[in-house]
Ligand binder design. Structure first.
Ligand code: TRP
Length: 373
């Protein structure tokens, strides 16, 4: 069986480090290892509209931003198809058929849907006024549309962050249900989670569980160097580490979580001078030694933060440079999206035909039914 990847992001803002370590960096590796027959990367504008119906302009403006983030992070349009969800209308038709295979109660149990409804403040009742608005039906159903996104490409592998686990599970249930009711037309996908625990869910700079635009605790891939450094210096650390000499906590300290996600031994040869101060200086060879010293006391937050800023800026600099190049020719980026969307639509059309055939609603191809030749 062909090995196929589908994954994507909502275009509601520029992509941040959470996207990068949670999924984007992995996609670039997967693209370059060549172990997959096809890779589809989707800009999920229709899904973004499920909770931005009143602000389509935001979604529209962010499509190019996400495309720039993809290309500057290293996705190569010669190796992957980057496309816009709503330019593949076959996905909508699949969604409509899958809706009959999922119950309202099952959707209500989906933990990610539950959590997101709470986060967005959709109320349980809707009295018809704007200030007590319930959950949009489209938003409630987005896990079903996500199953359409995945199955339309017969994806075997979906590289995503941990928060998407319930979506993939829901998709697998839909596939099993479809195949048992109508016959085996669809492929059950596997989730591919980040292998490093720090990358599963990168906390915000404020220490909150998740980096999220609405919480204002993100470092963006496109942030300039000074901005990254400023954000790192303002990061939440161990609140009990008041004096440099105090023992510090590494667990749950976002500065160390970021280092777990980004730091490599080679960074010590290049940025070791961050740990050379006037009063104290350290010669660390790896992150474990930094952690040991932090736990023991004597290592100040500023030194660790300076090192983290250097590591992050080193990672982001080539991405920023590629972005600056790409920004000079935006029509070329739109052309990548147009070509990717054409390939995606052709692929999804084939699956849709398989689906209609399995459901036996491909009437005009069914001469037994119609007597048409
Ligand atoms: N829900 C994903 C997100 O918020 C975006 C997405 C839409 C997606 N459809 C998908 C991811 C299909 C993987 C597969 O980031």
């Amino acid at each position: 069986m062909a090995k196929i990847i589908l994954t994507g992001d909502r275009p509601t803002g520029r992509l941040h480090l959470g996207h990068y370590v949670g999924s984007l960096r992995r996609r670039v590796e997967l693209q370059n290892t060549g172990g997959f027959d096809e890779i589809f990367i989707m800009i999920a504008d229709a899904q973004a509209l499920t909770d931005n119906a009143d602000n389509p302009e935001k979604v529209r403006q962010n499509i190019i931003q996400v495309a720039l983030d993809y290309l500057s992070a290293g996705l190569d349009p010669k190796k992957v198809h980057i496309f816009i969800q709503s330019m593949v209308p076959q996905l909508t038709e699949l969604t409509f058929y899958y809706m009959n295979l999922v119950t309202v109660q099952r959707l209500q149990r989906n933990p990610t849907v539950k959590q997101e409804i709470k986060l967005r403040g959709f109320s349980e009742t809707d009295d018809g006024s704007d200030n007590k608005a319930g959950t949009p039906v489209g938003f409630f159903c987005y896990p079903i549309s996500q199953a359409a996104d995945i199955t339309a490409f017969k994806a075997t592998t979906v590289p995503v962050g941990e928060d998407q686990e319930p979506m993939i599970e829901q998709c697998r249930e839909i596939v099993r249900k479809f195949n048992s009711v109508y016959g085996p037309a669809l492929v059950e996908p596997e989730i591919l989670l980040p292998d490093n625990a720090a990358c599963l869910r990168l906390p915000g700079t404020d220490g909150k569980a998740k980096m999220s635009k609405s919480l204002g605790n993100c470092i963006y891939l496109s942030d300039p160097e000074e901005e990254v450094t400023r954000k790192v210096k303002g990061m939440f650390t161990d609140p009990g580490h008041l004096q440099v000499s105090d023992p510090g906590k590494v667990e749950g300290n976002p500065v160390f979580t970021y280092l777990d996600a980004f730091c490599r031994d080679e960074h010590f040869a290049r940025f070791g001078s961050c740990f050379q101060g006037k009063k104290v200086s350290f010669e660390f060879r790896n992150l474990e030694e930094v952690k040991a010293q932090y736990r023991a006391g004597g290592l100040g937050d500023m030194m660790v933060k300076n090192f983290l800023a250097a590591v992050l800026n080193d990672t982001l600099e080539p991405i920023r440079q590629r972005r600056a190049e790409l920004e000079k020719d935006l029509p070329a980026v739109w052309e990548v999206l147009r070509e990717g969307s054409e390939v995606a639509a052709r692929t999804a059309q084939k699956t849709l035909e398989d689906v209609r055939k399995a459901m036996r609603i491909d009437y005009f191809n069914d001469s037994e039914l119609t007597g048409l030749q």
